[in-house]
Design a protein around this ligand. Structure first.
Ligand SMILES: N[C@@H](CCC(=O)N[C@@H](CS)C(=O)NCC(=O)O)C(=O)O
Length: 331
């Protein structure tokens, strides 16, 4: 079955972008930056000053990229500064929709639209690209500021400090920037996006290549976390928070639905303890909505799970104690 979003076949997105059966993710299009004073950021135009109440996030609780932005909003204490709406977990023929009949999904709180694509065309009447979440929306200029999660979390980390409850927390500190960028790269390629490359591969060779790279990176991280508490050392950083949404989905979804089944996260002593430490970090569990996560993947990917049956298991308990205190932590 082919799904249509604004005239675009979703299967086209999943498949025609593939080379030799490989899944290739498209780049995000809206790349302006919110900055403290409204000056232009690293890309795009200026005019987006960090002001309380001005910006809104559109997210899916299922989506790992959107999840990052909710984590940063929470960790920085921006709950009263940036509002948000949550799409329904089912991605159907018109893409993400607003329907608050599913527990914890919301309406489009700003405009009462039915579909996410209507916000993209509200921002740009000629928009023809892929409609994704997260979206950082400017209520004042009524447009999308940015739809790239890696950039949105950098803005949340620093641009709103004058209004944040935790301006002192810096998850992208100057002295660790190059280490963070260095580890982000393989984690994005082989894990965050790597699970999708496994799941959406349409040739055995493409699947196996993604699978091998994925478990090579997990083994590398497992070894690293034996000697240090976090990915770049004793301080928790952006790199850890970018990894967390993939780890927390892994055993419930990626292991079975995307065939990432060499090992579960639960089978890695260090990774599983690390995952629990991050899950138990103040505020973080409140950003994890497993009923959205499971429903989205098992329901939406027709070509992978045509029966749409959502598995009841596995039993997961991220609240069990962890042993990470054995390694030093710096704040
Ligand atoms: N590069 C984007 C990727 C976002 C993305 O791909 N989001 C997925 C949900 S997990 C989406 O909205 N897909 C829309 C679709 O498949 O039609 C980011 O990190 O913000």
């Amino acid at each position: 079955m082919s799904l249509m979003i604004k005239g675009q076949l979703v299967d086209d997105w999943l498949e025609s972008e593939q080379e030799a059966g490989e899944f290739v993710r498209k780049d995000s299009v809206f790349r302006n930056w919110v900055t403290a004073d409204g000056s232009a950021g690293p890309s795009g135009e200026g005019g987006f000053a960090a002001e309380p109440g001005r910006y809104h996030l559109y997210v899916s609780y299922a989506c790992p990229w959107a999840h990052r932005t909710l984590i940063f909003r929470k960790l920085k204490g921006l709950e009263d500064v940036i509002s948000y709406s949550v799409v329904h977990p089912d991605m159907g023929p018109e893409g993400w929709k607003f329907d608050d009949s599913f527990a914890d999904a919301t309406a489009d709180d700003l405009y009462g639209q039915d579909f996410m694509h209507q916000l993209y065309t509200r921002a740009d009447a000629n928009y023809e690209g892929i409609v994704t979440v997260p979206v950082l929306w400017d209520k004042q200029r009524q447009t999308i500021v940015n739809n790239e999660s890696a950039e949105i979390i950098r803005m949340l980390n620093s641009a709103f400090n004058a209004h944040a409850r935790h301006p002192e927390l810096d998850f992208f500190p100057q002295d660790l920037r190059s280490d963070i960028e260095t580890i982000n790269e393989p984690i994005y390629e082989t894990l965050n996006n790597g699970v999708y490359r496994c799941g959406f591969a349409t040739t055995q060779a493409a699947y196996e290549e993604a699978f091998d790279a994925l478990f090579e990176t997990l083994d590398m991280i497992e070894a690293r976390l034996d000697k240090q508490r976090y990915l770049t050392g004793a301080r928790i950083t952006e790199a850890d928070w970018r990894l967390f949404p993939t780890l927390v989905r892994f055993d419930a979804v990626y292991y079975s639905h995307f065939k990432c089944n060499q090992r579960r996260i639960e089978d890695y002593p260090n990774l599983s303890n690390y995952l629990r430490e991050l899950y138990q970090w103040p505020g973080v569990a409140e950003t994890v909505f497993m009923h959205h996560i499971k429903r989205h993947y098992y329901w939406s990917h027709d070509s992978i799970n045509p029966t749409r049956i959502v598995p009841k298991g596995p039993a997961l308990d991220f609240n069990r104690p962890h042993d990470r205190e054995r390694l030093p932590r710096e704040d």
